[in-house]
Design a protein around this ligand. Structure first.
Ligand SMILES: Cc1ncc(C[n+]2csc(CCOP(=O)(O)OP(=O)(O)O)c2C)c(N)n1
Ligand code: SF4
Length: 297
């Protein structure tokens, strides 16, 4: 089980320079910075076509996969090649959007997980295909207005619920799966530090609000990420040795209404729709609490 790491314990070394070409307030770029810092010098980073390549000038080897669906296969190749070259000190790490993870890259992810390949797959989850203009993905939450689920006479936004990807990955019986948030860096860093030495397939899905696609003022990225955790919209948990453990239990779940209405993509929601989301969040949270400390299967 991971333990939060106090920020005061970190040194000043960074592997991504502060200037980058991501939008202001991009939480995805915070994810890349934290991952690079914690995994450190012996990290080889895999990217695919997504906002990731905009996340900074990197001082670690980076491979930009031309094939969007190919991250799982490419990382498999790298991990096996490093093993054969006796360089198992190198960590193969993917920093990949939710489209490249949950949809287009899913087959390769599932196959690599099933084979328990030696890689750390970080999904920064901005809940849409942001690099190409904000189309819905299977990670987009219900009712979100996106460019392919616009709100209008015939649509209330995305009609389907968010795919529960971390649980799906955990059910592959891999050594480690977790959720994290940029608003809880100590927890996120603790999970990275725990996952780093493990051999085999590790997966962390990080909530990464996107001011551009979610339509909010960039200064509120961390606040929105925090409120998503506090409301139960983004629960923090991990699955290790087949056991599920909630990482943070808010004393009381914050109502989802304010969290949703703080984002342009949900501003159209009626009271009934907010109530529906609230009910769903409560039910999901209760299920998670029931499973807390117990085997997933
Ligand atoms: C097979 C394939 N389909 C579609 C594209 C076009 N494409 C490039 S980037 C992108 C969006 C990526 O979305 P995501 O993985 O969620 O990352 P984000 O852009 O949000 O960072 C898409 C659809 C592509 N390059 N390859
Ligand atoms: S579109 Fe969103 S995810 Fe992409 S760089 Fe801008 S803020 Fe970050």
């Amino acid at each position: 089980m991971s333990k939060p790491v106090p920020l005061s314990r970190l040194d000043a070394k960074e592997f991504i320079s502060p200037a980058n070409s991501a939008c202001q307030g991009c939480a995805g770029s915070m994810v890349a910075r934290i991952v690079a810092k914690i995994i450190g010098k012996e990290m080889v980073r895999q990217e695919v076509a997504c906002c990731g390549p905009a996340f900074g000038n990197i001082q670690q080897p980076v491979f930009y996969g031309e094939i969007f669906e190919g991250a799982g296969a490419m990382m498999t190749g790298f991990a096996r090649a490093f093993k054969r070259a006796d360089r198992e000190d190198i960590r193969v790490v993917g920093i990949i959007g939710d489209g490249g993870t949950s949809d287009i890259g899913f087959q390769g992810l599932s196959a690599a997980a099933e084979r328990n390949e030696d890689m750390l797959w970080i999904c920064y989850d901005n809940e849409a295909y942001m690099n190409t203009g904000g189309q819905r993905s299977s990670a987009t939450s219900k009712y979100a207005s996106t460019t392919t689920t616009p709100v209008g006479e015939l649509s209330r936004g995305k009609a389907e619920k968010k795919k529960p990807l971390p649980l799906i990955v955990a059910l592959h019986d891999v050594p480690y799966t977790a959720t994290a948030s940029v608003a809880f860096p100590e927890d996120f860093i603790g999970k990275l530090a725990y996952a780093k030495p493990i051999r085999g397939f590790r997966f962390i899905q990080v909530s990464a609000p996107c001011p551009t696609g979610w339509r909010f003022d960039p200064r509120y990225s961390a606040r929105i990420a925090k409120d998503m955790v506090e409301s139960g919209l983004w629960p923090l948990y991990e699955v290790y040795d087949g056991t599920l453990k909630i990482s943070y239990k808010p004393k009381e779940l914050k109502p989802v209404k304010d969290v949703l209405h703080g984002q342009g993509r949900f501003r159209h929601l009626t009271d009934d729709e907010v109530d529906e989301v609230q009910g769903y969040v409560f039910r999901q949270w209760e299920r998670l609490v029931e499973k807390d400390g117990a085997p997933l299967l």
